[in-house]
Design a protein around this ligand. Structure first.
Ligand SMILES: Nc1ncnc2c1ncn2[C@@H]1O[C@H](COP(=O)(O)OP(=O)(O)OP(=O)(O)O)[C@@H](O)[C@H]1O
Ligand SMILES: [Mg+2]
Length: 356
């Protein structure tokens, strides 16, 4: 997803410093020569380490067909996810989004191509170590009904053999982090949907992962609860310098949370880039269809256009600006930065600039 970092077939990680440094790539010494050849530089060793982190995820022509299925769930997917990014994966139902998450989490393996995770090819030798650094949050929370909230959060630590006192302390710390310190002794059935998802997030983070995968984490929640969960994910992502991959069919989630977006359609990656750029000027018909599907279906006057803006709140100044623009609010939903508002207004209104 970062342009200009590949040269031919070789992979180039350029670092700051002298243009004549051709530093060894960590664990990639075989490609060293490629870098030097592509830059036409003499090769010499430097004591300065390469500080450029590898992409957390690097899908290289990955395909996956489930047994007995006529079509691949993912087809020749090439995608890179930079470290510290928040990447949204969107697409229609059946597009292959969850398959992508299952490949990253190691629950499924590609039939063709390679998936590099943190610079290493994901395979039997690396899977366990990678899974230990990857957290998963699911749509249906996947909490164990017969375990208390505390015991749900300690579960991944139990599986890793962490001593009881330590895992209880870590679980309590993470329940505090998600605002559920008082709920440790409850059972999942005694929680709301949003609280269940907070437990799911605490459980995903208790093992200190650096990669968090969320598959439709807010789809089962009402808009206000959803905004609360997204805020929490955003805060945690920043505090812990997580790389977040968030699968969603909710375009507002993509808008509110992500730095990058990947659009899947029938198993193909059809569009990718920085979120703002893709949403502003979608190139592929599938992306445009997803955007259109989220536009409120309201009748418009001949001179009116519909726009979506994020407002911190609906204070008197904003309402006055809307009135001057001849604008009307046709839909408003909670958003981590305030309100997601769809506005219909005359296209020629000079006041549009105030709102855009
Ligand atoms: N375990 C499985 N066995 C066979 N086919 C499967 C399996 N899981 C998914 N598929 C198929 O693979 C394709 C992609 O499915 P996937 O679950 O990745 O889609 P998705 O984009 O997550 O859809 P949704 O938005 O409905 O969750 C679909 O055609 C689906 O029917
Ligand atoms: Mg899915």
């Amino acid at each position: 997803m970062i342009p200009g970092r590949r040269t031919g077939k070789g992979r180039v990680h350029l670092t700051a410093g002298s243009a004549h440094d051709c530093r060894p790539l960590p664990k990639r010494t075989a490609q060293e020569g490629d870098v030097c050849r592509s830059l036409r530089l003499p090769h010499r060793r430097s004591p300065v380490p390469d500080l450029t982190p590898p992409d957390v995820l690097d899908f290289q022509n990955v395909s996956k067909t489930y047994p007995g299925q006529p079509r691949p769930a993912l087809n020749d997917l090439t995608l890179r996810v930079p470290r510290g990014s928040r990447t949204g994966v969107i697409g229609r139902s059946g597009a292959g989004k969850s398959t992508l998450v299952r490949l990253i989490s190691g629950l499924e393996t590609p039939d063709a191509g390679r998936l590099l995770v943190r610079g290493d090819a994901l395979g039997p030798a690396t899977r366990a170590a990678h899974q230990a650094r990857t957290g998963l949050v699911f749509q249906q929370f996947n909490l164990l009904a017969q375990r208390t909230v505390l015991r749900n959060v300690t579960l991944p630590l139990e599986l890793r053999g962490v001593p009881r006192a330590r895992r209880d302390a870590l679980a309590r710390e993470h329940l505090d982090l998600v605002g559920l310190g008082e709920y440790a002794g409850r059972y999942p059935a005694q929680l709301s949907g949003g609280q269940k998802q907070r437990v799911g997030i605490a459980r995903a983070l208790v093992t200190a992962p650096d990669l968090l995968l969320a598959d439709e984490a807010t789809s089962a929640l009402d808009p206000e609860t959803s905004a609360g969960i997204l805020n929490l994910l955003l805060d945690l992502q920043r505090e812990r310098d997580l790389t977040l991959v968030i699968v969603t069919h909710q375009l507002e989630v993509v808008r509110a949370v992500t730095t990058h977006v990947a659009v899947l359609d029938a198993g193909q990656l059809v569009e990718t880039g920085e979120t703002a750029a893709v949403l502003r000027a979608p190139r592929h018909a599938a992306t445009r269809a997803l955007l259109d599907a989220h536009r409120p279906q309201v009748p418009l006057a001949p001179d009116e256009t519909l726009r979506r803006v994020t407002l911190p709140d609906l204070n008197p100044d904003t309402l006055a600006a809307l009135a001057r623009a001849g604008a009307r609010i046709v839909q408003a939903e909670p958003h981590p930065q305030g309100l997601d508002v769809w506005i219909a207004a005359p296209a020629a209104s000079p006041e549009w600039a105030v709102l855009a």
